[in-house]
Write a protein that binds this ligand. Structure first.
Ligand code: PMP
Length: 323
């Protein structure tokens, strides 16, 4: 779907996957006017297909667009575009039973040609799809994390809450540092004090204190994950308390050592929930619990996945059925 200044959204098309032809002076190549989303279509036990909370992705896409001075795509247009692609590619939605899905990647780029820094007068919204296998082969495996003190992902007033390519470009060196330290993932801290836990590379974090789960509050510099939001509700369904709060790296270490912080996990569209098994930082290293996936982590993971795959009743109206 194209957007042109003065004309708005026009020319929606469903076309076979093919390369784009880009002018070397295309503004996106120089000034990173790009935003994107990620969501999944699952097949239910009766063979029908549904996407998970596409309106939440559409709303977040609008927020990202506003921050990058891009035009907002109407929620119903975003959903209709995803629906049209899933209908076309329905045969690619894997069978019910595992964790496999059809992953959808909606995105928007500026298409204006010119080297001036300004909001563009032309944009293109595209959705592509790819089958995605189960994130873990051979059982859920805890990840090790590196607390990043040398790099920050986002600053107050910046673009941290937006899902835009630049945030991920800024993360690559920190992710390489985490790998150098022998860790799977980087954990971002706040930009001002390097003390408050924000999120993991491509996932939000949750801290399990017995029967209460706490996730870092939305400060504006972390992404408002749809999995994170869903788990605030799913946890309550299962009889847990859930809350947003502030967790410092000192709290994390101290509460792990005194046994009150029983489990930590990360959550996002790709893996649903990933347990955190060990933590490394410039100052100290520690193991989370006994380093194996925690009971609460696995219980929440199953409850959410069951809703997404149609194995459990969708009591919150989160699934968007496509027949
Ligand atoms: N934080 C970041 C930086 C991410 O890229 C993602 C993945 N979209 C998340 C959190 C989790 O968000 P969601 O649950 O919507 O996938």
């Amino acid at each position: 779907i194209k957007w042109t200044e003065g004309r708005g959204w026009h020319d929606a098309q469903l076309v076979p996957y093919a390369p784009l032809s880009i002018d070397p002076a295309n503004m996106t190549l120089h000034y990173a006017q790009e935003i994107f989303e990620g969501l999944k279509a699952y097949r239910g036990p009766d063979g029908s297909v549904a996407t998970f909370r596409p309106e939440a992705n559409a709303e977040r896409f609008q927020k990202s667009a506003r921050r990058l001075a891009m035009p907002e795509l109407p929620i119903e247009t975003f959903i209709a575009a995803c629906d049209a692609l899933v209908q076309q590619d329905k045969a690619w939605v894997p069978a019910h039973g595992g964790e496999a899905s059809l992953y959808l990647r909606p995105f928007m780029i500026a298409t204006e040609v010119g080297l001036g820094v300004k909001p563009a007068n032309e944009y293109l919204f595209i959705v592509i799809a790819s089958p995605a296998g189960a994130y873990f082969s051979g059982g859920v495996k805890p990840v090790s994390v590196w607390l990043s003190e040398n790099y920050v992902r986002a600053v107050p007033g910046g673009m941290g809450f937006a899902k835009t390519g630049g945030n991920y470009a800024a993360s690559l060196l920190a992710q390489a540092e985490a790998a150098e330290k022998g860790c799977d993932q980087v954990v971002w801290l706040d930009a001002l004090e390097h003390r408050w836990v924000e999120e993991m590379g491509g996932m939000n974090l949750y801290f399990v204190y017995g029967d209460k789960i706490v996730t870092p509050e939305l400060t504006g510099s972390l992404l408002a994950g749809i999995t994170r939001d869903s788990l605030l509700t799913v946890a309550k369904d299962l009889g847990f308390e859930s809350a947003e709060g502030r967790i410092s790296t000192e709290d994390w270490k101290r509460d792990t050592e005194n046994g009150t912080l029983t489990e930590v996990f990360a959550c996002g569209t790709a893996a649903v929930i990933t347990p955190v098994g060990s933590v490394k930082s410039a100052g100290a290293d520690w193991t989370q619990g006994d380093g194996t996936p925690g009971e609460v982590t696995l219980k929440l993971r199953k409850a959410l996945l069951d809703i997404q795959t149609g194995a459990a009743e969708d009591t919150h109206g989160w699934m968007h059925p496509l027949g």
